[in-house]
Design a binder for this molecule. Structure first.
Ligand SMILES: [Ca+2]
Ligand SMILES: [Ca+2]
Ligand SMILES: [Ca+2]
Length: 375
């Protein structure tokens, strides 16, 4: 114990040429840890092998992989490759290389930590979803400033909206196009993470003390309805948790249909047109009551007429252009961040995250989408 104590003190306080040369990594395993202390103790007191003296690299250069265009959640086509060279520009093997994400939220799926016999070191990268340009750096173990950088551009992220974390919502002010008195189709992809309220609301617009139209769910119920007077299509079945499914509700003078994955599951009769609300459209909660939703949504679409089963089936698994007749709101959520939610019908923002256009506690967040929808 006493010897160990003395050795640690020596390592910490006595000027150590070896330690300085090797940056404290006296056994040259790429780590500075307790093994280095044990190594020095063994060397000093038990005639162990001498500390290694690695060749001193002078540069790490980019070989290939810079400037690629990436897709959210997918590995890049080519790995990042760097080369470690000494002062005479000779490649050096065995130099520890540290890879790091400088900007963005992508991640490495494989990153070599030492240069090979040609001085090369490789890293494979999965693209993130939060920035248009992601920056990755590589540096030699002893230098903590990136010696070289790679940039990846992400032209359009494949994102969804996450309403996890308590009472998240999107608020869309009413507008003239939100008049569903002649008919409506509401549809979206949804992944429910769990049930947090009696009624867990996906979408609705307040009207006459209830909602003009609404889709919600409980443990054993998915329901879509219009209000005042009421007519609702109710599916009595266990609500799917943790898997993406497509939900759609259509209503017009011929009545209402609730679809799951493009298949009609429940009907309701016509009982008057849908009231023309002036309240904001809310996704993920209600304004007045706690009816929060926990999970992800993608491809939210509102139409001003009741689409047919064939329409719903043919459109649900592909992104639309936004110019389709009767489409009055289309959220693809394929943006990196921000408070504005871009509506593909207008090409600009028609809603905002949370309960105000500023950052607030009700803001949902953009996440990488795994919904089964093709571009
Ligand atoms: Ca309206
Ligand atoms: Ca999307
Ligand atoms: Ca907000």
């Amino acid at each position: 114990m006493k010897i160990l104590f003395v050795a640690i003190i020596m390592l910490l306080t006595v000027p150590c040429a070896y330690c300085q040369i090797a940056n404290g990594d006296v056994n040259c395993d790429g780590l500075r840890d307790i093994d280095d202390v044990v190594y020095m103790i063994t060397y000093i007191f038990a005639q162990g092998p001498a500390p290694c003296v690695p060749p001193e690299p002078i540069s790490i250069i980019v070989v290939s992989g810079d400037g690629q265009i990436g897709t959210t959640g997918e590995p890049l086509e080519e790995p990042f490759v760097v080369q470690v060279l000494d002062s005479s520009l000779t490649p050096i093997a065995g130099v520890p290389v540290v890879w790091s994400v400088i900007e963005g939220n992508g991640g490495f799926i494989g990153a070599e930590t030492f240069s090979d016999g040609d001085g090369l070191c490789f890293a494979e990268y999965v693209v993130g979803n939060s920035l248009q340009i992601e920056i990755v750096g590589a540096h030699e173990f002893g230098q903590f400033i990136p010696s070289c950088e790679f940039s990846v551009s992400v032209p359009s992220p494949t994102n969804a909206m996450s309403f996890s974390g308590g009472r998240k919502r999107i608020t869309v002010p009413d507008k003239a196009e939100f008049d569903f008195t002649q008919g409506i189709t509401v549809e979206m992809w949804v992944l429910i993470e769990g049930l947090v309220a009696t009624d867990n609301t996906l979408i609705g617009q307040e009207y006459s003390g209830d909602l003009a139209f609404k889709i919600d769910f409980r443990t054993y119920r998915i329901r879509a309805y219009k209000w005042s007077p009421y007519s609702g299509a109710v599916l009595s079945a266990e609500t799917p948790i943790g898997v993406w499914f497509h939900v759609a509700f259509t209503y017009d003078s011929s009545g209402g249909v609730l679809y799951i994955d493009g298949i009609p599951q429940a009907l309701c009769g016509f009982n008057g047109g849908i009231g023309n609300s002036q309240s904001p459209l809310i996704l993920g909660d209600r304004i007045s009551l706690v009816e929060a939703f926990e999970g992800n949504m993608d491809e939210v679409r509102l139409w001003n007429y009741a689409r047919s089963q064939q329409d719903i089936q043919s459109g649900m698994s592909v992104e639309l252009s936004g110019t389709e007749d009767g489409l009055v709101l289309y959220y693809r959520f394929n943006q990196w961040s921000g408070q504005d939610v871009v509506d593909m019908v207008t090409g600009s923002s028609t809603g905002y995250l949370g309960s105000s256009p500023e950052v607030d506690v009700n803001d949902p967040e953009f996440v990488h989408s795994t919904a089964p929808v093709s571009p």
